[in-house]
Design a protein around this ligand. Structure first.
Ligand SMILES: [Zn+2]
Length: 323
């Protein structure tokens, strides 16, 4: 439990929570009760029903989804979760010296232009500089779905956090597992890693480097996400929809019997062809071996793909596409 330093209410916190948002008055504060000012949010533009409609529209367009899904679906859970993210602007300036791989070409083949008898590789010293401004975005809770963690946040649309606005939708505002100092430290490390990637696009070995990393404006932003669960038939499926944009962050969905039956059919054909090729390659039928090596490999591959398709068709597991 923690006690709000501003409204005196007691509220629940978890073991890793370091920057708290009082669920009664909405004030962001450190565990010592110091007010945290740089606290923003992205406004909700899709209410519960719009989020559900958007999700059903999206799901019905997916391959093999049963045609009656929009009418047969029942939402069993709809909750708005406000996920905290730390956003830092980091100015990075790196000068480096390194070695790039290069080659000398000798003795071109007379009959093949551009082909050489001798190629001599060597390391060539190179140096350069990268100046970049990075916007680093770090999820402030450890327990977060990777799709939610990586979903695009329209930070330009940020406004000061409004407790009343989150309350309007019964939103659950999560505490941050990170202090601002920790977030800045992580942002610095991530910026250095990105600079490293830039250098490695120019040289193969880094001999020396000098980084000037300036972690600038850093703020906490709460982003509302609709966490939905719906029932179709006798199974339940989960989905996350961005409340500001209606973007379907991720969704699981069912596939129709017909779609799965087609998968089994195609799988079966591939399996039979694959077995046929293997049989020919091994000369099991006594015709004399026809394409011995290639037949064995392609036959084996077809057999495996066929089995996978049949397994996928037969399993009742829900589907999930990359959005
Ligand atoms: Zn309070």
């Amino acid at each position: 439990m923690a006690r709000c330093a501003f409204c005196d209410a007691d509220f629940k916190i978890g073991p890793g929570d370091l920057l708290l948002v009082c669920p009664y008055c909405g004030t962001a504060q450190t565990t010592d009760g110091a007010k945290f000012q740089d606290h923003y949010m992205i406004r909700v533009h899709f209410d519960q029903y719009e989020a559900q409609t958007t999700l059903l529209d999206w799901v019905s367009k997916q391959l093999g989804v049963p045609a009656d899904l929009p009418v047969q679906t029942k939402f069993v859970q709809t909750q708005q979760i406000w996920y905290p993210f730390w956003i830092s602007r980091v100015d990075a300036d790196t000068t480096y010296r390194g070695l790039g791989r290069d080659a000398h070409f000798h003795n071109e083949w007379p009959q093949r232009r551009g082909a050489y008898k001798n190629i001599e590789y060597f390391w060539k010293p190179e140096s350069g500089q990268f100046t970049r401004r990075h916007e680093i975005n770090i999820a402030a809770v450890k327990d977060i779905d990777p799709d939610v963690r990586g979903h695009p946040i329209p930070t330009r649309a940020k406004e000061y956090f409004s407790h009343a606005h989150a309350e309007e939708f019964d939103g659950k505002v999560l505490h941050s597992n990170m202090t601002m100092e920790q977030a800045k430290e992580s942002a610095k490390q991530i910026a250095i890693d990105r600079q490293t990637q830039l250098i490695l696009s120019e040289v193969d070995k880094i001999e020396s480097r000098e980084d000037r990393i300036d972690v600038g404006e850093t703020f906490l932003i709460h982003v509302p996400v609709w966490e939905l669960e719906y029932r179709y038939g006798n199974r339940k499926y989960k989905a996350s929809v961005s409340a500001p944009t209606g973007y379907v962050i991720e969704s699981k969905y069912p596939r129709s019997m017909a779609f799965r039956a087609a998968g089994i059919g195609v799988g079966l054909i591939m399996l039979l062809v694959g077995i046929g090729l293997i049989a020919l390659a091994l000369d099991l039928l006594g015709f004399g071996a026809i394409f011995p090596g290639g037949g064995l490999i392609s036959g084996g591959l077809l057999t495996i793909i066929g089995l996978v398709l049949m397994y996928k068709g037969a399993s009742r597991k829900e589907a999930k596409e990359k959005v």
